[in-house]
Ligand binder design. Structure first.
Ligand code: ADP
Length: 443
């Protein structure tokens, strides 16, 4: 290029020199010089015009204009640049097509929505699951096409995107869908939707199975416990060595009954919705629980204290709240050594209402905390035999809190004690006097 530039300059100087010589010989130097430069400028304009015509040509394969010197090398460079761009474009298009083809072949629905909420692209599975038509729906707001109010609320609330949304398919209410939304770019959205009907059926079958088995076990267990009690009542007429066996059988049958009751309660919590909630007098409920905890403690002589806001009620279901709160307090008794301290506090602040149960017990290793509310999860398997626990207590607490828009928080230090906190939002608070006046539909 440098070389071309130099030879173009040389040529210009030569032409100017020649023109000056001719002009001088003919005695019309200014005219000849002016004509020469005009001719040179016209030639440059012509080359520029050629370049512009070629660049604007709709035919990508139009032949490159030819020229000499600097212009010739400019044309060649532009041509090479254009070829390189075309190649890169081709490669990008091929990658894009591959991505689109593989996404289109996915069994799950994939949709791309722009920052205004309008549909840009979706795959075949999304068309079938959500009933979309390419001919009419491109560019339409997705909330006009998927009209489920739960979907609209979920779509508009970007904070909720961490959790998926479960809803019925708009095309078929028997099909269950799970929707995940991810933000990308400038608030564009990628929506994934999956058919989870089979999973939901399996989940329902599992729940039914557990509920049925628990229900069926109830009667035989009652009969066995009844007879065991009768035997124990007449222990003195039975051989002495039977005494120990009988009391162990009675203990274990009691444990099985607790298990069955907890399983039944859990499946009720999982499967029932929509009962009317009332203002529950938590202070009196906690006083009863405190008394029961004191008698559970018995000779172990725990120091149980209750501090509560007498005017603070909670909108909910009293039997469920009673199960949850008593599980926490009884756990504190079970897992706190003799004469340990247990403090129960019920209060409200600007965040809502809170129940705090703290103890000076054995505490829980932090690695167990995330899994503690799973069914049958125990922080230390060796403890279960002493306490007679079912391993379902905290799972029940978690479900009850979920049904009351609450959250469970667990803090614990091994060997120092634990604090279980239940946090309820403001709208669940109610004043003691408004009992039964304030009722709301549960979610
Ligand atoms: P369990 O019937 O075994 O008590 P839970 O679901 O109520 O079942 O509790 C699960 C586990 O959490 C318990 O087995 C115990 O290891 C641990 N845990 C619960 N509450 C406490 C507590 N206050 N102090 C120490 N560990 C506790």
């Amino acid at each position: 290029m440098n070389h071309d530039w130099r030879s173009a300059l040389r040529r210009l100087l030569m032409i100017s020199g020649l023109a000056a010589l001719i002009g001088w010989l003919l005695g019309i130097l200014p005219w000849i010089m002016a004509l020469t430069f005009l001719g040179y400028a016209l030639w440059q304009l012509r080359q520029l015009h050629k370049l512009q015509t070629w660049l604007n040509s709709p035919d990508r394969d139009a032949p490159t204009p030819t020229s000499q010197g600097l212009w010739g090398s400019v044309f060649d460079d532009v041509y090479r640049l254009q070829r390189r761009n075309l190649k890169t474009q081709g490669r990008l298009k091929a990658v894009l097509k591959r991505v689109q083809d593989s996404t289109a072949a996915l069994k799950g629905g994939v949709l791309m929505v722009d920052s205004q909420g309008n549909l840009e692209w979706w795959n075949e599975a999304a068309s079938q699951l959500l009933g979309l038509k390419e001919s009419t729906d491109v560019g339409q707001p997705i909330t006009n096409l998927v009209r489920d109010p739960h979907f609209k609320a979920y779509f508009d609330n970007t904070d909720a995107y961490d959790e998926p949304l479960d809803m019925s398919a708009p095309t078929n209410p028997d099909v269950s869908l799970q929707i995940h939304i991810t933000l990308f770019g400038l608030r564009d959205r990628l929506i994934l939707c999956q058919n989870v009907t089979r999973l939901k059926h399996l989940e329902a079958m599992r729940q039914d199975f557990v509920a049925n088995v628990s229900h069926e076990l109830r009667t035989p267990l009652t009969v066995i416990s009844g007879y065991l009690e009768t035997f124990i009542d007449h222990k003195d007429v039975l051989p002495e060595r039977w005494g120990r066996a009988l009391s162990q059988m009675e203990q274990q049958s009691q444990r099985m009954q607790n298990l069955v009751n907890d399983l039944l309660l859990l499946s009720r919590l999982e499967t029932t919705h929509g009962r009317e909630h009332f203002s529950v007098p938590v202070p009196s409920l906690l006083k009863t629980i405190e008394r029961d905890a004191q008698s559970l403690s018995g000779e172990r002589a725990h120091k149980i204290t209750l501090e509560c806001d007498e005017q603070l009620n909670l909108i909910g279901l009293d039997n469920e709240l009673s199960s949850a709160f008593s599980n926490l307090v009884f756990n504190a008794v079970k897992y706190t050594p003799n004469k340990g301290e247990i403090h129960i506090r019920w209060y409200a602040d600007e965040q809502g209402a809170h129940l705090i149960v703290s103890d000076t017990g054995m505490g829980i290793d932090s690695r167990h905390l995330p899994r503690l509310t799973e069914r049958f999860y125990r922080a230390d398997a060796s403890r279960q035999t002493d306490t007679g626990g079912t391993g379902l207590g905290l799972a029940i607490v978690k479900h009850v809190l979920l049904r009351h828009d609450g959250q469970l928080q667990i803090e614990s230090r091994l060997g120092k004690g634990s604090t279980f906190s239940c946090h309820f939002p403001q709208h669940r608070r109610s004043h003691a006097e408004s009992r039964r006046e304030k009722a709301i539909e549960s979610a």
